[in-house]
Design a binder for this molecule. Sequence first.
Ligand code: HEM
Length: 113
Amino acid sequence: MLFYGRLFEIDPSTKVLFKGDMKEQGRKLMAMITAAVNGLNDLDRLVPVMQDLGRRHGGYGVQDNHYGSVASALLWTLEQGLGEAFTPEVKNAWTETYILLASVMKEAGAKVA
Ligand code: HEM
Protein backbone atom coordinates (compact mmCIF):
# COMPACT_ATOMS: atom_id res chain seq x y z
CA MET A 1 0.00 0.00 0.00
CA LEU A 2 2.96 2.26 0.75
CA PHE A 3 4.24 1.63 -2.76
CA TYR A 4 0.98 2.49 -4.55
CA GLY A 5 0.46 5.55 -2.36
CA ARG A 6 3.87 6.82 -3.34
CA LEU A 7 3.37 5.95 -7.03
CA PHE A 8 0.06 7.84 -7.26
CA GLU A 9 1.64 10.82 -5.49
CA ILE A 10 4.66 11.13 -7.79
CA ASP A 11 2.77 10.20 -10.98
CA PRO A 12 -1.01 10.73 -10.74
CA SER A 13 -1.39 9.60 -14.36
CA THR A 14 -0.83 5.99 -13.21
CA LYS A 15 -3.89 5.97 -10.94
CA VAL A 16 -6.55 5.60 -13.64
CA LEU A 17 -4.80 2.50 -15.01
CA PHE A 18 -5.59 0.42 -11.90
CA LYS A 19 -9.14 -0.83 -11.94
CA GLY A 20 -9.04 -3.86 -9.64
CA ASP A 21 -8.68 -4.45 -5.91
CA MET A 22 -5.41 -2.87 -4.79
CA LYS A 23 -4.72 -5.48 -2.09
CA GLU A 24 -4.93 -8.22 -4.68
CA GLN A 25 -2.83 -6.10 -7.05
CA GLY A 26 -0.15 -5.75 -4.37
CA ARG A 27 -0.07 -9.52 -3.85
CA LYS A 28 0.36 -10.14 -7.59
CA LEU A 29 3.11 -7.56 -7.86
CA MET A 30 5.02 -9.07 -4.91
CA ALA A 31 4.59 -12.60 -6.27
CA MET A 32 5.93 -11.53 -9.65
CA ILE A 33 8.89 -9.66 -8.14
CA THR A 34 9.73 -12.75 -6.06
CA ALA A 35 9.51 -14.98 -9.13
CA ALA A 36 11.67 -12.57 -11.11
CA VAL A 37 14.34 -12.31 -8.41
CA ASN A 38 14.40 -16.11 -8.07
CA GLY A 39 14.62 -16.42 -11.86
CA LEU A 40 17.56 -14.05 -12.35
CA ASN A 41 19.99 -16.94 -12.69
CA ASP A 42 17.88 -18.56 -15.38
CA LEU A 43 17.21 -15.77 -17.83
CA ASP A 44 16.28 -18.12 -20.68
CA ARG A 45 13.23 -19.05 -18.68
CA LEU A 46 12.54 -15.66 -17.11
CA VAL A 47 12.67 -13.49 -20.24
CA PRO A 48 9.63 -15.04 -22.04
CA VAL A 49 7.59 -14.67 -18.81
CA MET A 50 8.53 -10.98 -18.60
CA GLN A 51 7.77 -10.52 -22.30
CA ASP A 52 4.26 -11.87 -21.77
CA LEU A 53 3.88 -9.61 -18.75
CA GLY A 54 5.11 -6.63 -20.81
CA ARG A 55 2.61 -7.37 -23.59
CA ARG A 56 -0.23 -7.51 -21.04
CA HIS A 57 0.96 -4.17 -19.63
CA GLY A 58 0.75 -2.63 -23.10
CA GLY A 59 -2.89 -3.73 -23.04
CA TYR A 60 -3.42 -2.11 -19.60
CA GLY A 61 -2.44 1.23 -21.16
CA VAL A 62 1.00 1.38 -19.50
CA GLN A 63 3.38 3.76 -21.31
CA ASP A 64 7.20 3.67 -21.29
CA ASN A 65 7.49 6.70 -18.99
CA HIS A 66 5.40 4.93 -16.32
CA TYR A 67 8.23 2.45 -15.81
CA GLY A 68 10.43 5.27 -14.49
CA SER A 69 7.74 6.32 -12.00
CA VAL A 70 7.35 2.73 -10.80
CA ALA A 71 11.15 2.49 -10.41
CA SER A 72 11.24 5.57 -8.17
CA ALA A 73 8.26 4.42 -6.09
CA LEU A 74 9.69 0.91 -5.70
CA LEU A 75 13.15 2.06 -4.62
CA TRP A 76 11.62 4.55 -2.21
CA THR A 77 9.39 1.83 -0.71
CA LEU A 78 12.32 -0.56 -0.29
CA GLU A 79 14.24 2.17 1.48
CA GLN A 80 11.31 2.77 3.86
CA GLY A 81 11.02 -0.94 4.62
CA LEU A 82 14.70 -1.84 4.85
CA GLY A 83 16.08 1.25 6.55
CA GLU A 84 19.81 0.85 7.15
CA ALA A 85 19.80 -2.51 5.40
CA PHE A 86 19.11 -0.61 2.17
CA THR A 87 22.82 -0.11 1.53
CA PRO A 88 24.20 1.36 -1.72
CA GLU A 89 24.97 -2.20 -2.80
CA VAL A 90 21.39 -3.37 -2.19
CA LYS A 91 20.05 -0.29 -3.95
CA ASN A 92 22.28 -0.98 -6.96
CA ALA A 93 21.19 -4.60 -7.13
CA TRP A 94 17.49 -3.63 -7.10
CA THR A 95 18.06 -0.84 -9.62
CA GLU A 96 19.84 -3.15 -12.03
CA THR A 97 17.24 -5.87 -11.59
CA TYR A 98 14.40 -3.44 -12.21
CA ILE A 99 16.09 -1.92 -15.28
CA LEU A 100 16.55 -5.39 -16.73
CA LEU A 101 12.94 -6.45 -16.12
CA ALA A 102 11.49 -3.13 -17.26
CA SER A 103 13.53 -3.06 -20.47
CA VAL A 104 12.31 -6.55 -21.43
CA MET A 105 8.71 -5.59 -20.58
CA LYS A 106 8.86 -2.26 -22.44
CA GLU A 107 10.28 -3.80 -25.58
CA ALA A 108 7.59 -6.50 -25.66
CA GLY A 109 4.87 -4.00 -24.73
CA ALA A 110 5.85 -1.63 -27.52
CA LYS A 111 5.15 -4.33 -30.08
CA VAL A 112 1.47 -4.51 -29.17
CA ALA A 113 0.78 -0.87 -28.31
C1 HEM B 1 8.97 -4.76 -13.21
C2 HEM B 1 7.84 -4.08 -13.38
C3 HEM B 1 6.44 -4.62 -13.14
C4 HEM B 1 6.02 -5.83 -12.67
C5 HEM B 1 6.88 -7.00 -12.18
C6 HEM B 1 4.56 -5.82 -12.71
C7 HEM B 1 3.74 -6.87 -12.31
C8 HEM B 1 2.37 -6.93 -12.51
C9 HEM B 1 1.55 -8.11 -12.31
C10 HEM B 1 2.08 -9.47 -11.87
C11 HEM B 1 0.27 -7.78 -12.60
C12 HEM B 1 -0.95 -8.73 -12.53
C13 HEM B 1 -1.62 -8.93 -13.88
C14 HEM B 1 -0.77 -9.68 -14.91
O1 HEM B 1 0.00 -10.60 -14.56
O2 HEM B 1 -0.86 -9.32 -16.09
C15 HEM B 1 0.27 -6.38 -13.00
C16 HEM B 1 -0.86 -5.67 -13.39
C17 HEM B 1 -0.87 -4.32 -13.66
N1 HEM B 1 0.23 -3.48 -13.65
FE1 HEM B 1 2.15 -4.03 -13.40
N2 HEM B 1 4.13 -4.60 -13.17
C18 HEM B 1 5.24 -3.84 -13.44
C19 HEM B 1 5.24 -2.54 -13.93
C20 HEM B 1 4.11 -1.75 -14.08
C21 HEM B 1 4.12 -0.36 -14.48
C22 HEM B 1 5.36 0.46 -14.84
C23 HEM B 1 2.82 0.06 -14.48
C24 HEM B 1 2.34 1.45 -14.78
C25 HEM B 1 1.85 2.24 -13.87
C26 HEM B 1 1.99 -1.08 -14.11
C27 HEM B 1 0.61 -1.08 -14.06
C28 HEM B 1 -0.18 -2.21 -13.97
C29 HEM B 1 -1.63 -2.21 -14.20
C30 HEM B 1 -2.48 -1.00 -14.57
C31 HEM B 1 -2.07 -3.54 -14.01
C32 HEM B 1 -3.51 -4.07 -14.14
C33 HEM B 1 -4.33 -3.60 -12.97
C34 HEM B 1 -5.80 -3.96 -13.06
O3 HEM B 1 -6.12 -5.04 -13.54
O4 HEM B 1 -6.57 -3.15 -12.63
N3 HEM B 1 2.81 -2.16 -13.87
N4 HEM B 1 1.56 -5.90 -12.91
